[in-house]
Write a protein that binds this ligand. Structure first.
Ligand SMILES: CC(=O)N[C@H](C=O)[C@@H](O)[C@H](O)[C@H](O)CO
Ligand SMILES: CC(=O)C(=O)O
Length: 328
């Protein structure tokens, strides 16, 4: 009985859908988290990018490089500043320690987040589906009223258990399970998740921004990604074109996004570079990344800026604040 009550509570809010920006964690020049720009950041996402959902403390947010107390402070600030502005705030609570993950899950519930997500523990790893489900179940149980999402990112965790296999029977083990954030290029696995489990109304959130159109064709119900911080508007145009079945425009938008991502990938693209690009495009200072990551180079920033301009992602007006970061 309690089970049904709790899982129906978890489904009150409408499904997570559309674009979800994986938030960057702003830092000061001294490498401390910088909560002071989060209000501005929310307004920027909603007003300039048309993005109304966020995924906090994930890969892009350097979540695993932060202390537990920093993660709590950030989660709280995002929830507070997002109130009445954002549709949903999902907090990534994955950690190597089950205890820490549970504490973060409970905290997310206390502050009124809309959902939690968890990656597979990646140092001492689950050997198989059973191990992974057992871990995820214990985390989810610490926040029994919150929608729970599994965050699949095998290239970073090294845990390659197929999601299609994981979803088989998952709601019996994890009653709050609501979907998956799928950050991998295996469209066979992704497609089979949709094919076999869509009647359960799960959220199938794709996480490879440069390939989103292919995932939409496979049935993605939304997308979580780093580039929606600054290419959200363009990606929304692609979603709208797809929605009205104008595949040729949707493809033009996807190719335009690919031209940018392909360009930066060739220069070396990661969390640091993403931080620098967001500073450039939004004018909000994201600051440096935390070690072991190093700041993006001046050369990278200059080249990315020229490319953004040539593709029309950066207008003269956007540059007026010019918070350009340089390498030290
Ligand atoms: C590894 C990684 O950070 N993946 C992000 C989300 O999962 C994506 O948003 C990528 O940053 C993006 O697709 C560019 O490759
Ligand atoms: C991209 C993404 O979802 C993350 O940064 O966690």
């Amino acid at each position: 009985m309690i089970f049904y009550l709790l899982s129906s509570m978890a489904s009150q809010k409408k499904n997570l859908q559309g674009l979800v920006a994986a938030t960057i964690t702003p830092m000061t020049e001294h490498g401390e988290i910088n909560l002071s720009v989060i209000g501005q950041y929310v307004d920027y996402l909603v007003g300039k990018q048309g993005v109304k959902n966020i995924f906090v403390n994930g890969t892009t947010g350097e979540g695993l490089s932060l202390s537990i107390s920093e993660r709590r402070l950030l989660a709280e600030e995002w929830v507070i500043k997002g109130r009445n502005k954002l549709d949903q705030v999902v907090i990534h609570v994955g950690a190597l320690s089950l205890k820490e993950s549970q504490q973060l899950a409970q905290h997310a519930a206390e502050i009124g987040a809309d959902g939690i997500a968890v990656i597979a523990p990646f140092f001492l790893k689950p050997r198989d589906k059973g191990d992974l489900i057992a871990f995820l179940r214990e985390v989810a149980a610490a926040a029994p009223a919150l929608p729970f999402y599994y965050y699949h990112i095998p290239a970073l965790t090294g845990v390659k258990i197929r999601v299609e296999e994981l979803l088989d029977g998952i709601q019996e083990q994890i009653p709050t399970f609501r979907g998956v954030k799928f950050s991998d290029t295996d469209l066979l696995d992704f497609g089979q998740c949709v094919d076999q489990y869509r009647q359960r109304q799960f959220a199938f959130l794709f996480g490879v921004d440069e390939q989103l159109l292919s995932a939409l064709v496979m049935g993605a119900t939304g997308a979580v990604g780093s580039t929606y911080n600054y290419l959200g508007q363009k990606t929304n145009q692609m979603l709208e074109a797809y929605e009205r079945k104008d595949l040729s425009s949707a493809l033009d938008h996807q190719f335009c996004i690919q031209r940018f991502i392909n360009f930066v990938v060739k220069l070396g693209f990661g969390v640091s570079q993403n931080k620098a690009i967001m500073t450039l495009v939004s004018g909000i200072p994201m600051g440096p990344p935390r070690l072991p990551l190093q700041r993006a180079s001046k050369e990278f920033i200059d080249k990315a800026e020229a490319k953004l301009k040539s593709l029309g992602f950066l207008s003269f007006r956007d540059l007026k604040d010019g918070n350009l970061e340089t390498s030290s």
